[in-house]
Design a protein around this ligand. Structure first.
Ligand SMILES: Nc1ncnc2c1ncn2[C@@H]1O[C@H](COP(=O)(O)OP(=O)(O)OP(=O)(O)O)[C@@H](O)[C@H]1O
Length: 264
């Protein structure tokens, strides 16, 4: 039977707010992604995007539902249990603000080496310097910057350190949570081009979380629109943009300035 590389099945998350109040942050979201595809996840603030991707990355447990990566059901594993599982290295996340996610006391070289030292095989650990330099080169970070601390780098360079760290062990799934939102438009375009080149080179699957519908339109093969915890619209990106079925999506799209549908 054919299967998609990533399968998310009816995934839900309830937060107990106390006093009998339950917040349904994510409700029964189902989607799948083939290898090498980019899934764009959009929706307003509070719609459940981060909660959904944090469950997929096994940072938090789901209330119900399943996540399968390459047919392995990883949904029983979370946090430290997942960190010891062989599938852990296959999923990496890139966060919104590298200054917040990078350890200020680690030079870029050490930051990028971190997944190798924690999750790599003995053979990979033995060639950590080579792997770090390869990842830096792949992400367009000049290797002479590897001995700098995060505060000694520009925003674009920090974003590249974060991406290099995510790809150093050549994962299969990379979750990008608003990775370029702290950057200005021209830097954003550079970083996005780098991400697309890496996707092609390493056959990565991306989940790209963004407020920016125009960016998602250019990048994503498929799109999921979240609204109040539910996936209210999902499907082929061009189809969703040309013929949205859901009223909320129609409102979102009507608010967009016209953009040519070029690719990066
Ligand atoms: N640990 C938590 N405890 C209680 N409620 C939470 C928790 N984490 C998130 N929420 C709530 O779940 C809902 C979804 O939040 P989430 O961060 O997933 O949204 P989002 O779409 O990623 O928003 P943003 O674009 O602002 O990052 C929000 O109402 C949020 O307040």
């Amino acid at each position: 039977m054919s299967h998609d590389f990533l399968e998310v099945i009816s995934l839900s998350k309830n937060f107990d707010l106390g006093r009998g109040q339950i917040l349904k942050a994510v409700q029964n979201v189902t989607f799948s992604a083939a290898k090498g595809k980019v899934i764009g996840l959009v929706g307003e603030s509070g719609s459940g995007k981060s909660t959904l991707v944090r469950m997929i990355a096994r940072l938090i447990p789901q209330s119900s539902g399943e996540v399968l990566l390459d047919r392995i059901n990883i949904s029983p594993l979370v946090g430290s249990t997942f960190s010891r599982h062989p599938a852990r290295r296959d999923i990496q996340m890139v966060f919104q603000d590298p200054l917040a996610s990078l350890n200020p006391r680690f030079r870029a070289r050490r930051a990028i080496a971190d997944p190798v030292l924690r999750l790599g095989t003995e053979a990979e650990k033995a060639r950590v310097d080579e792997l770090v330099e390869q990842a830096a080169t792949r992400t367009g970070l000049p290797t002479e910057l590897l001995d700098r601390f995060p505060h000694e780098l520009s925003g674009g360079q920090r974003a590249r350190v974060d991406i290099a760290r995510a790809i150093v062990l050549t994962p299969k799934l990379v979750i990008l949570d608003e990775p370029t939102s702290a950057l200005d438009a021209s830097l954003q375009a550079h970083v996005v081009r780098t991400l697309m080149a890496l996707r092609d080179e390493l056959d990565l699957t991306y989940i790209f979380v963004s407020h920016d519908l125009n960016l998602v339109r250019l990048l994503a093969d498929e799109i999921i629109v979240m609204y109040q915890g539910q996936a209210v619209e999902q499907g082929d990106t061009q189809q969703v943009f040309h013929d949205p079925s859901n009223d909320y999506t129609k409102t979102l799209l009507a608010a967009l300035p016209h953009m040519p549908s070029q690719r990066w």
